[in-house]
Write a protein that binds this ligand. Structure first.
Ligand SMILES: Nc1ncnc2c1ncn2[C@@H]1O[C@H](COP(=O)(O)OP(=O)(O)O)[C@@H](O)[C@H]1O
Ligand SMILES: Cc1ncc(C[n+]2csc(CCOP(=O)(O)OP(=O)(O)O)c2C)c(N)n1
Ligand SMILES: [Mg+2]
Length: 335
């Protein structure tokens, strides 16, 4: 069978059997943003890894080595943020093609150093090997969260409101601009969107606030809003209804989408790599959540609500007509 026949999530499902031999220490295994492991003391350990491959996650045609380092840290911290915890210690593995110079590899590490400093985490080790063609970089990251405070994908309940932080589609618009440098557009706009793609930021502060404010489920938007909603719905055994009019899409994203002849909502739903947080919250706590985020300078928007599983995933178009929400997101092995 070919990898493309199963897709990324089918492959992971197949691999995920018979891997736990110390069940007593596992609070949450495969299936969430990070593993959650039980320790003595007040905190659970969060453990996650994400790898970036040249040509798949970045291109050195337009990303600087420092930006690749920044992104590597951000995508991993984002998974810790989506559990409601904080990052602590990481190890970095490098597969280096010999065409890179020492200076470029040092620059990569300047990016890692800068981002690690910003999120307050240590890099305490790693591995360095030759890679025949492409630059490969992996971070494995430990974090902590107070026992009982981790937010899983599985906690959404019918009636909860669905929110998303910040705005969606910026990364996809930025990627489009990196690939089409000749597009005529205001340079300030282009710089903003490209930065969103090349130097994403993890919503660590928002994740901490949300895990302390009673949210029921949370995920970071790495594969696109639709894919993350599918994960929450599947893990929680619920459905969802989201309103087109409330999906936060920045005017700059709309501008690039118009020039590129794309539907900006497609970028929001399927573009991915925005690293915003999508979360659910019971209606009686929603006001408090909004106020706490606003007080910390974090934006959020209510985009819909959790409905019974039988109703599926529903997309309410501007004007009120409802259509099924296609959970089309980034799949590494999509045909
Ligand atoms: N090769 C693998 N072996 C075991 N677990 C894996 C493997 N690849 C992914 N996973 C797990 O499958 C789940 C989904 O992975 P992924 O979609 O990459 O999550 P995320 O978007 O949070 O990075 C996660 O819990 C991850 O730890
Ligand atoms: C050169 C290049 N092509 C395409 C993309 C778009 N892209 C690559 S991976 C990805 C989705 C997220 O990656 P994944 O490794 O699945 O992250 P995870 O869900 O594990 O956090 C997207 C949108 C990109 N960033 N760079
Ligand atoms: Mg991953």
């Amino acid at each position: 069978m070919k990898l493309g026949d199963l897709g990324e999530f089918g492959i992971i499902d197949r691999l995920s059997r018979d891997l736990i031999n110390r069940p007593g220490e596992v609070v949450q295994g495969i299936g969430d943003d990070t593993a959650v492991l039980n320790l003595e003391g007040p905190w659970w350990l969060l453990f996650t890894t994400d790898m970036l491959v040249e040509g798949v996650h970045f291109s050195l045609d337009y990303a600087t080595p420092a930006q690749v380092g920044i992104k590597t840290v951000a995508v991993n911290v984002s998974d810790i943020a989506a559990m409601g915890g904080w990052p602590a210690h990481g190890v970095v593995s490098l597969g280096l093609p010999t065409r890179l110079s020492v200076e470029e590899v040092e620059e990569l590490y300047q990016g890692i150093r800068r981002a690690a400093g910003e999120y307050g985490l240590n890099i305490v080790g790693g591995d360095t090997v030759m890679s025949p063609e492409r630059l490969v970089i992996n971070l494995a990251l430990l974090g902590f969260v107070e026992k009982g405070r981790a937010v899983y994908r599985s906690g959404a309940r019918v009636g909860d409101l669905i929110y998303v932080t910040g705005g969606l589609g910026k990364s996809a618009a930025g990627l489009y601009l990196c690939r089409h440098p000749d597009l005529t557009i205001d340079p300030g706009m282009a710089a903003f969107l490209k930065q969103a793609h090349l130097e994403p930021r993890a919503r660590l502060q928002a994740g901490r606030i949300l895990s302390g404010a009673g949210v029921t489920a949370m995920d970071d938007v790495s594969d696109g809003l639709a894919a993350e909603l599918r994960e929450i719905c599947r893990a929680s055994g619920v459905g969802c209804r989201v309103r087109a009019e409330d999906i936060p899409v920045d005017y700059r994203v709309r501008r690039v989408a118009a020039l590129a002849n794309y539907d900006p909502l497609d970028w929001a739903f399927s573009g991915g790599e925005d690293f915003e947080l999508v979360f659910t919250v019971p209606p009686d706590l929603a006001r408090g959540v909004e106020e706490k985020l606003a007080a910390a300078g974090e934006e959020c928007r209510c985009i819909g609500e959790v409905i019974p599983a039988e109703k599926g995933m529903v997309f309410e178009l501007a004007g009120g007509r409802c259509v099924p929400l296609e959970a089309r997101g980034y799949d590494h092995f999509a045909p």
